[in-house]
Design a binder for this molecule. Structure first.
Ligand code: MN
Length: 227
C-alpha cells in the first residue's frame, strides 16, 4: 500500500496476562444503562438504549495518564463494563448475542460534563463531551474462554482511594445480550468493536493529580492518573 503520509498504528488493548493484543476498530458507548444514574442525570424514563462513539485512538491503557482536556472545567469519570466483539453481525438476536463476544474489560467513559450539558441544551451532538482525546481509559481484556459471561458482580470506582461509584452489573437496564442486539440493529457490528455499556450512579469530577482506580469483580482493575 502506497500511503501518502505514514499510516497510523492500529489501536489495540492488551489481553490480560499475555503478550497478545486485541485490535480495536470502533468504540461504541451506551448511554444511561443503570436506573440510579439515569435518575441522577434527571431522566427516569425507560426508553430503548442509545449509542454514541469515541475514536479508537482515545484509548488509554491502565497504568497510564489521562491529560485533563482543554475547554472544560468539569470532567467526570464513568466506570463501565466493556464488551470486546470477536465476531461481527447485523440484526443479532438477543439469544445469539453472546456468541459474538471475544471478552470483557472495564473502562472509564471520561466525559466533559459541561460540554455535554451545553450540547444537550442546544440539541447538538456529544463529540466534544465524549469523543475527545484520551477519553477512553481501559483495562486489559479477559477472554470469554477464561471468565465466561459475567452478568453480576461489583463495579466500583475510587478517586484517591475514596469510593465514588459502587454498584453491581446486575443493575444494568440492558444486559450484554440486549445491548449487542440493539446496537446491531443500527450498525453492522464488526470484529474489533468495543462497547462501553454505561455507568452506574456516583459519577463526579476529577482534577489534575487525582488517581482513579476501579474494578469489576472477576474482570480486573484499572488505575489512571489525571495529569
Ligand atoms: Mn458512559
Amino acid at each position: 500500500m502506497n500511503f501518502v503520509i505514514p499510516a497510523h498504528p492500529v489501536a489495540s488493548v492488551e489481553i490480560s496476562g499475555t503478550d497478545e493484543r486485541f485490535p480495536v476498530r470502533r468504540i461504541y458507548c451506551i448511554g444511561r444503562n443503570y436506573l440510579a444514574h439515569r435518575v441522577e442525570m434527571g431522566n427516569d424514563d425507560r426508553k430503548p438504549p442509545f449509542f454514541f462513539q469515541k475514536p479508537a485512538d482515545a484509548l488509554v491503557a491502565s497504568g497510564g495518564e489521562f491529560p485533563y482536556p482543554p475547554q472544560s472545567d468539569n470532567v467526570h469519570h464513568e466506570i463501565e463494563l466493556v464488551i470486546a466483539i470477536g465476531k461481527g453481525g447485523k440484526d443479532i438476536a438477543v439469544e445469539d448475542a453472546l456468541d459474538h463476544v471475544y471478552g470483557y474489560a472495564l473502562g472509564i467513559d471520561m466525559t466533559r460534563r459541561d460540554q455535554q450539558s451545553k450540547a444537550k441544551a442546544d440539541g447538538k451532538p456529544w463529540e466534544a463531551a465524549k469523543g475527545f482525546d484520551h477519553s477512553a481509559p481501559i483495562a486489559p481484556i479477559r477472554p470469554v474462554s477464561e471468565i465466561g459471561h459475567p452478568d453480576a458482580g461489583r463495579i466500583w470506582l475510587a478517586v484517591n482511594g475514596e469510593i465514588r461509584q459502587d454498584s453491581d452489573l446486575n443493575l444494568q437496564i440492558w444486559n450484554v445480550q440486549e445491548g449487542i442486539s440493539h446496537l446491531s440493529k443500527l450498525f453492522e457490528v464488526m470484529p474489533g468493536d468495543l462497547i462501553y455499556t454505561g455507568t452506574p450512579d456516583g459519577v463526579g469530577p476529577i482534577v489534575a493529580g487525582d488517581v482513579m482506580t476501579g474494578g469489576i469483580d472477576g474482570i480486573g482493575e484499572i488505575e489512571i492518573t489525571v495529569v
